[in-house]
Design a protein around this ligand. Structure first.
Ligand code: A5A
Length: 483
């Protein structure tokens, strides 16, 4: 792509859908021209964001007792068809491999839409005794879902390229319940590292994962006010254990069915991160996932060019030594074009070094998130950059949190809900009964997102007397979702 072509303006973020699509190619994250619907190509730059993001996910899982493994992509039909609810939920979304070369296969093979039915036949053989629990295994793989709704890069894919799924096994229902809570906590921590605030809620019963006792979910609120489900945690009870005959020997010598959970995150995590933080100029990346964290721009005049370039190289080497990802842009582009290019790529910090700065022994730092300019003394450049990284991350999170709160409306009347869901998410008290929930969905023309985990409603909470219990509430969102 020619640089001049790339300098074509990004649509303003207010036109979110256009902005999102253009940003993906202008910042070189995904190429959407692959000739199969719902399948997209990661550019190297996008893939580097993916790698950094999944490093965080791996780190948090590995540090909380999970182990990474890898199961096959193909699932035999007879295993896939074992769990009735699960089949019902996925049968319209499965791709089937029916032939090997020209020969029809004896047993058709499903491309995993998720891996319960690949993993649990193995768990039947692996699980032996209560002493083995908890088993906490995850894999990061591609999964295939024949999505019929509008497909969108990173958001609704037919090949989910970065599906992180964890599958845990426990003795009791209560142990599995505790794991669900832990998983929501871990996912919130992952999103905190990405600077993305989340809404945690219990999905209504009619919207839970096929085969689960219940589903808890994390949602982000996108710039257009629509929610995006960016992680789910399922309590599977002993439903799959009964189907796949996963039993353990209890301390009293009895054989009992195990209890299980599973939880998943996909590249929607990246969609949310770039959508929430980005601006009219392009990506704004949290430093931890930015492929280039610092770009150094030498400000060169005829006189003193060599000194400036030598100083830039020195700064780059020192920052690299401190573990940072740094580039010098000594290309012939005019400064404006350089700024444009690196701003589009979301580089958190730009350092400009010219003869005058060298004279003052400083670099001029420009923050991508605020555009603020400050001088950082060269002798302590590592600490100066590192503290800016922390400030940038915190600012991104706080800004996103305010934005999230601005999109949540606590309501008491259905009419009010109807109005407010045009702009975001509405909460309203709900008795929790299915028939009332469905009536409410019908009257409002919106879907119930879930019962929030812990969010306190404004207004009503102060009106409650000390002895009164807060009423359960649900969150609603527009039916016609962006996702
Ligand atoms: N086995 C469990 C973990 C499972 O499959 N759960 S799930 O169906 O809810 O998917 C986990 C997460 O993957 C979802 O919360 C959503 O964030 C993401 N996801 C689901 N379908 C997707 C799709 N077609 N494209 C991108 N991400 C998707």
């Amino acid at each position: 792509m020619a640089e001049s072509e790339k300098e074509a303006a990004l649509p303003p973020k207010e036109e979110f859908s256009e902005w999102y699509n253009d940003l993906l190619w202008m910042a070189e994250i995904m190429d959407v021209r692959y000739p199969v619907k719902g399948l997209y190509v990661w550019y190297p730059f996008g893939f580097a964001i993916r790698r950094n993001t999944y490093n965080i996910i791996r780190e948090i899982l590995d540090n909380s007792g999970h182990q990474e493994a890898l199961f096959p992509l193909l699932i035999p039909e007879n295993e896939f068809m074992k769990e009735a609810e699960h089949i019902k939920g996925f049968e319209n979304e499965v791709y089937w491999v029916t032939h090997g070369g020209k020969d029809p296969l004896d047993i058709p093979l499903a491309l995993r839409p998720t891996s319960e039915t690949a993993i649990y036949p193995m768990y039947k053989m692996w699980v032996r005794s209560h002493a083995d629990f908890p088993i906490k295994i995850y894999q990061i793989v591609n999964t295939f879902r024949y999505e019929t709704k509008h497909t969108r890069p990173l958001i609704r894919l037919r090949e989910i390229t970065s599906f992180k799924e964890a599958h845990t096994v426990h003795a009791t229902w209560k142990d599995a319940e505790a794991q669900v809570k832990e998983a929501v906590r871990l996912y919130s921590e992952i999103y905190r590292r990405l600077g993305v605030p989340v809404l945690c809620s219990r999905r209504p019963d009619w919207d839970k994962f096929p085969g689960a006792d219940y589903t808890d979910a994390l949602d982000a609120v996108m710039p257009d006010g629509k929610t995006l489900q960016i992680g789910t945690v399922h309590h599977l009870g002993d439903n799959f254990a009964k189907t796949f005959d996963i039993k353990y020997e209890a301390p009293d010598g009895e054989q009992r069915y195990a209890h299980q959970t599973c939880y998943g995150i996909s590249e929607r995590s990246i969609a949310a991160t770039i959508s929430i933080h980005g601006d009219d100029k392009g990506l704004v990346l949290p430093p931890e996932i930015a492929p280039v964290q610092v770009v150094i721009i030498p400000i060169i005049f005829k006189k003193g060019a060599e000194e400036v370039l030598a100083a830039c190289t020195d700064v780059r080497e020192r920052l690299k030594k401190a573990g940072m990802r740094v580039e010098i842009d000594a290309s012939d582009l005019r400064p404006g074009a350089k700024y444009y290019k690196w701003e589009m790529k979301g580089v958190p910090l730009r350092l400009e070094i010219g003869p005058r700065d060298l004279g003052n022994n400083v670099a001029v730092a420009v923050r991508r998130d605020t555009g603020e300019k400050e001088s950082i003394p060269l002798p302590t450049i590592e600490a100066g950059v590192s503290s800016r990284f922390e400030a940038i991350h915190e600012n991104l999170y706080q800004k996103a949190k305010t934005e999230l709160e601005n999109h949540i409306f606590d309501c008491t009347e259905l009419d009010e809900v109807k109005e407010k869901i045009q702009e975001g998410v509405a909460t309203i008290p709900w008795c929790g009964k299915k028939e009332c929930g469905l009536i409410m969905e019908d009257r409002i023309g919106a879907g119930i997102l879930g019962i929030p985990w812990s969010r306190k409603r404004t207004g009503t909470k102060n009106a409650l007397s000390a002895r009164e219990k807060p009423k359960p509430v649900c969150m609603l969102q527009e039916h016609i979702k962006f996702i």
